[in-house]
Design a protein around this ligand. Structure first.
Ligand code: SF4
Length: 336
């Protein structure tokens, strides 16, 4: 029987360059891929960004990369959306964990903690322009990309984001819409910021994190916090379906007994995602396609073949990109 070669059978770059076709099969390469929604989102957005994020700036891979130090440094920049989202998740998860122990942190305490964290990021970023060196200290302030790239409106943009963060925390604490999540999330059997590492009948590993999950009357509820506005389920459907795969795999429940909610604090809306066997089946198919593509790119990434990763050169995307300083293809674009 003849073997039909497909695009994905192409050997990785190291095999081509060294004239040394190793015997690693396509299936083995895919099995080593760790798929996550955030990884696939970067790959979809810009392949060059994907290279910087997963190879160029990674200590253990692409060792020939000449700009490794700068790329690793840029990788640690955070924009205001990412950082305030991170703080929101930290504050909510801390509230729920403490509540589980019978300790209730009030709104003032949570808000002042969040404001303090983000204010420290802002002052650190302002004082570090031009001389920032990342540290490995666990709780060191973040360098905000708006300041790193000297956006003249950096401060007002960040203060606006801070207000949105404060409003989201107040809403989480007071809005009756979220009382179920506050209450059930504080109970003993809830999962708070639970890490996903599963192989849900997929050849690759599926990685991620569930913000909140709990079981009641054989029904599993999974909650995803979003600082931004309600924008429909859109492309996030794959992320939500991945949570469903996790619940089926780890909690041994039926797809139809899972309720997945996306909470949008800015618009104070809860969007429900319908989960069923068909949706999960399709999600597996999409994850497998992504994993094939990731496996194909792996050899080029590990060998620092940056040219194999097409830059998106889309102004709106580049203007928010942490790697603007290193990306030759977008030199004329300024951060905004
Ligand atoms: S600056 Fe633009 S093209 Fe370059 S890596 Fe970033 S998003 Fe991609």
């Amino acid at each position: 029987m003849s073997h039909q070669l497909s695009f994905f059978d192409s050997p990785p770059a190291n095999e081509v360059q060294e004239g040394n076709v190793d015997q690693t099969t396509r299936a083995e390469r895919i099995s080593k891929i760790s798929w996550s929604y955030s990884r696939r989102a970067v790959m979809e957005k810009c392949l060059r960004n994907y290279y910087y994020e997963y190879y160029g700036g990674n200590k253990r891979t692409a060792t020939q990369e000449a700009n490794k130090q700068l790329i690793s440094q840029l990788k640690q920049l955070k924009n205001r959306y990412a950082r305030t989202g991170e703080i929101l998740h930290l504050v909510i998860s801390t509230y729920l964990r403490k509540a589980k122990q019978g300790i209730i942190w009030d709104e003032n305490r949570l808000v002042s903690w969040a404001k303090d964290l983000f204010s420290k990021d802002i002052s650190f970023s302002q004082s570090s322009i031009g001389n920032w060196k990342p540290t490995n200290e666990k709780y060191s302030p973040s360098m905000l990309s708006e300041f790193y790239y000297q956006d003249p409106t950096a401060l007002s943009k960040c203060l606006f984001s801070q207000d949105r963060l404060v409003a989201a925390i107040a809403s989480f604490m007071n809005d009756p819409l979220y009382s179920e999540f506050r209450q059930k999330g504080s109970q003993g059997n809830s999962t708070i910021e639970g890490f996903i590492k599963i192989r849900p009948h997929t050849p690759c590993l599926v990685d991620g994190r569930v913000d909140l999950a709990y079981i009641e009357d054989s029904k599993v509820t999974i909650v995803d916090w979003k600082l931004g506005n309600e924008d429909g389920i859109g492309d996030d459907s794959l992320q939500l379906a991945a949570y469903g795969l996790w619940a089926v795999e780890s909690l041994k429940c039926r797809a139809e007994s899972i309720r997945i909610c996306k909470v949008h604090f800015s618009s104070q809306k809860i969007v429900n995602f319908e989960c069923n066997s068909q949706v999960l089946h399709l999600a597996r198919a999409r994850i497998m396609q992504d994993a094939e593509r990731m496996a194909f790119l792996e050899g080029y990434g590990k060998n620092a073949c940056v040219e194999a990763f097409t830059p998106c050169k889309q102004t709106a995307i580049c203007q928010q990109c942490s790697f603007l300083a290193i990306c030759d293809d977008s030199k004329e674009i300024t951060y905004a």
